[in-house]
Design a binder for this molecule. Structure first.
Ligand code: FAQ
Length: 311
């Protein structure tokens, strides 16, 4: 026999309505939201690093201004998401500690290097493109603060995706060397971008429950298919080749056939053994330690303000 609280929660979910911070919710619902939202927030914060690598070397003032704005947007996304997770009772400090201790997840995609300027194009087109596919349905997530944060994030991600596409387009209209650089970046980012959607449906332990709770709306494989169907016509406009010789639209099912994804590589990256895992974490740890004085000063200022109010 469900309690009145449980019944109210179930009714809200059944009506596709929203759960708000003060509402009663099952512990497992709270836990899975903190798990997903903190993972997402950490991804935005660690995700600043691959692109920050090019801010000082952007090829023009205009490109530099755009790239700086994009990386700042990512910091903002991280902050909205930490705030959403905090409404579930997990303090941001605790999430940050878990991240710098190497105990928290963040997206596999940010563990790859960015050796060329074309990587800025490929990240915008493929990584932000995948992020949009995954996140537009999350705007309807049943937990209010998460869904609302996602609305604004998706608007910014759309701009990010366009700017990446435009970087690649300009390179593809350039010299042979520029076209080769663009194609090389697409070759390196395509498969890791497909892995962003997570393990295949039959190996995704969280999907069924998250879908039942209206957190996720589509399965990992469904979103991956959607992403590929979005990329194919855009690759044609760009004149780049997607690096999968088996990629083919099955006219009957409307689904894309593709080569097997390298899940061994994915699992290695998740286990902390990707090309850049150690460097990304070290950088975050250093930045956290370098920022300690700011946190201490802010806390001291707040303490003095509070003390002054009491007199
Ligand atoms: N990397 O059972 P499932 C961005 C983990 S976009 C690392 O399928 P779920 C924008 C998963 O956490 C990137 N770990 O899990 C940007 C779980 O482990 P756990 C961030 C992954 O939650 C662009 C385990 O595998 N976006 O930042 C990955 O139902 C450019 C089993 O998986 C989001 O986080 C992965 N790729 O589905 C920023 C979107 N995939 O937690 C800067 C929100 C799976 O049990 C520059 N998140 N795992 O220890 C989601 O939609 C979901 O959490 C999924 C995974 C779809 C990622």
């Amino acid at each position: 026999e469900p309690s009145p609280d449980e019944r109210q929660f179930d009714d809200l979910i059944a009506a596709d309505s929203r759960i708000e911070p003060r509402d009663w919710m099952p512990d497992a619902y709270r836990k899975t939201l903190v798990r997903q939202i903190s993972q997402h927030a950490h991804s935005e914060i660690i995700g600043m690093q691959p692109e920050a690598n090019w801010i000082t070397r952007a090829p023009s003032l205009k490109r530099k201004a755009i790239l700086m704005a994009k990386v700042q947007d990512e910091a903002g996304h991280g902050l909205y998401l930490y705030s959403a997770a905090q409404t579930l009772g997990t303090p941001r400090d605790e999430m940050t500690e878990a991240l710098i201790a190497g105990k928290a997840r963040y997206s596999s995609i940010f563990n790859y290097p960015t050796p060329t300027w074309a990587d800025m194009g490929a990240i915008g087109w493929l990584v932000d493109g995948a992020a949009i596919c995954n996140q537009v349905p999350l705007c309807r997530a049943s937990y209010g603060p998460y869904g609302r944060a996602m609305v604004r994030i998706c608007k910014e991600e759309s701009f990010h995706q366009r700017q990446g596409f435009e970087i690649l387009l300009e390179l593809m209209r350039g010299t042979d060397a520029q076209r080769a650089m663009a194609q090389d970046a697409v070759d390196r980012w395509y498969w890791p971008a497909l892995q962003m959607f997570g393990p295949p449906d039959d190996a995704s332990p969280n999907s069924a429950q998250s879908m039942a709770w209206n957190i996720k709306r589509f399965s990992n494989d469904e979103l991956r298919q959607r992403f590929v169907s979005m990329l194919v016509p855009q690759a044609e406009v760009l004149g780049v080749t997607l690096p999968d010789p088996k990629l083919r639209l099955d006219e009957e099912t409307g689904q894309y056939e593709m080569s097997e994804i390298d899940w061994t590589e994915f699992n290695e990256v998740l286990a902390g053994r990707g090309p850049m895992n150690a460097q990304r974490l070290q950088r975050r740890r250093d930045a956290h330690e370098d920022g300690a004085w700011v946190r201490e000063a802010a806390a001291e200022y707040a303490r003095k303000q509070a003390a002054a109010r009491e007199v």
